[in-house]
Write a protein that binds this ligand. Sequence first.
Ligand SMILES: [Fe+2]
Ligand SMILES: [Fe+2]
Length: 184
Amino acid sequence: MSDYTIPRPAAGDITDLIADDHRLFEDLMRDMRDVSADRDGARSAFAAVLIAHSEAEEEVVYPKLVRRDVIEGEEEHHGEKEHAATNEALLHLLQAKGTDTQKFDDAVEAVAEVLNHHIGEEEQTILNPAREDASEELRQQLGAGWAARRNELLEDGAGSLEQVESLVKQAYEDGLLPNDDQPS
Ligand SMILES: [Fe+2]
Ligand SMILES: [Fe+2]
């Protein structure tokens, strides 16, 4: 990759760990808009951490919080749909050949729009209830589990073009993305 080093915490309160990654997404999106930054490096780091973060949330965090009645069942599905929409926007960003094109700039803004919405909603409807209702023990337990899965996904090269293509294809098959939008 580049000089972008993705932090890999191994433990912590899940609400802090997730919020820290959201700030990292925002930093990387800002760099992708900055002509003086290593925008290609920022894109690679962004894709890797975004995919590892979201997959680990779906596997480790959302189901546990639902089961603990911290969030409603409805919300879990909602989160997966928003992850799918973000991944589709990420796919278009990864498909942009260079970084000094209108296509790249447009793709960055399209990702930013869906992702900013998602992280705002996740912090208010998932992290806040967890902060208020989940025990410290559960938050630490989820933090360790999520971090371990996220780090494993990063080790496995999360965020490659091929992987994002396959996640988007799967999301269409699972009905998480509207079928009429599917590219032929
Ligand atoms: Fe998140
Ligand atoms: Fe999320």
